[in-house]
Design a protein around this ligand. Structure first.
Ligand code: SAH
Ligand code: SF4
Length: 356
């Protein structure tokens, strides 16, 4: 019999699981405390459970985390972990410490099928969606490592490997646990799903989870975006901005969107691009994050110069759009955005096609 990994269950699913075993509902709270507060994964040591319950749990369930196979430490304090899901599939996650916060950047898929031309993960091809357990285990592993060193995770962003909105079920369940006061207890503003623009999923996300949304835009018109991000050929910028507006108006609390824009030298970084971008976003509650392109092996792109980025930022700023430039972190260990590549057993054969 396949044992159920309890890390895949949000609070509701754990409740159903214990009630299904004929147990009292308060067991839900107890198991969450053992796993997420005490980092205890061995049922035999959960001594407020009766012996028969501990035995039953060992028979039908488990708490299993991927193995850490490598930890790298960058000079600027960034830490990168490589986790093995199986021999052929590795994922990466990165911790980025700042003065007043600590952000954990996690993965949602092994590789990514969307093949954005400037992204190292996208160039690797795709193998599989992570389970809720494999997603939430990343936060547990990082917490276990960081907590004793008095470092904390204040923000979690789905900006590692993969497109989170092509793995909705697992990602939403993981978000439930990130927001759950009994588990990680993060506020909805401190958990961010970043998407390349999977429009139908964005509409569902607006209803299903209150977490923050970041949208990878990267081009101010369909012609250029089609070229950089093949998903734009399916969902155009107009449809994408329509879904953004639905997200902004869903729920009862105020919402904002962060637009990400990677700065590619001579490709999307001219004065004209900046003006078009400002026009595009003028009636949407947006903040723009300019990301200097992080190069990787065999890429055709280069990053825009600091002056070009500053000029681009000023144009947006002058037209009333809040704009920040993201500082590149963890570069010396390939821990920056879009450099996460892991080892992907590619089912799409993309990496193979590229080599020939
Ligand atoms: N698939 C999701 C989330 C993962 S990528 C998405 O595309 O939004 C996280 C961010 O890194 C995205 O904004 C992505 O466009 C950006 N990115 C990808 N490759 C990059 C690179 N080489 N340099 C800088 N940013 C990159
Ligand atoms: Fe996938 Fe995001 Fe990379 Fe595009 S930028 S290939 S959607 S991970």
């Amino acid at each position: 019999m396949n044992k159920q990994n309890l890390l895949s269950f949000n609070q509701n699913a754990l409740y159903d699981f214990f009630v299904g075993l004929g147990e009292k509902p308060y067991r839900t709270k107890q198991i969450i405390q053992w796993i997420y507060k005490a980092y205890e994964f061995d049922f035999d040591k959960m001594l407020n459970f009766s012996k028969p319950l501990r035995e039953e749990l060992s028979r039908v369930a488990c708490v299993e985390l991927p193995k850490v196979i490598k930890q790298s430490f960058a000079l600027d304090g960034v830490i990168k972990w490589v986790l093995a899901l199986s021999e052929d599939n590795h994922i990466e996650m990165v911790y980025i410490p700042e003065k007043d916060r600590g952000t954990l950047c996690i993965s949602s898929q092994v590789g990514c099928a969307l093949a954005c031309t400037f992204c190292s993960t996208g160039m690797q091809g795709f193998n599989k969606n992570l389970t809720t357990a494999e997603i939430i285990a990343q936060v547990l592993i990082a917490n276990q490592y960081l907590n004793p060193k008095a470092k904390r995770i204040s923000n979690v962003v789905f900006m590692g490997m993969g497109e989170p909105l092509l793995n909705e079920h697992a990602v939403y369940n993981a978000c439930d646990l990130l927001l759950d006061d009994l588990a990680f207890g993060l506020s909805r503003r401190k958990v961010t799903i970043s998407t390349s623009g999977v429009v139908p999923a964005m509409l569902r996300m607006s209803e299903r989870t209150p977490v923050s949304l970041a949208v990878s835009l990267h081009a101010p018109d369909n012609h250029l975006r089609d070229e950089l991000m093949p998903i734009n050929q399916k969902y155009s910028i107009e449809e994408l901005l329509g879904a953004c507006k639905v997200y902004l108006h869903a729920g009862t609390q105020e919402r904002h969107i962060l637009f990400e824009y990677v700065m590619l030298k001579g490709v999307n970084d001219s004065t004209e691009h900046a003006n078009k971008l400002a026009k595009l976003l003028k009636d949407i509650s947006a903040k723009i994050n300019l990301i200097p392109f992080n190069p990787f092996e065999k890429t055709q792109y280069q990053t825009s110069s600091a002056q070009t980025i500053e000029k681009f930022q000023n144009i947006l700023y002058q037209q009333g759009i809040r704009t920040m430039t993201r500082r590149t972190r963890g570069e010396d260990i390939d821990g920056a955005c879009g450099q996460l590549a892991g080892k992907v057993l590619d089912k799409t054969k993309r990496a193979h096609a590229r080599r020939h």
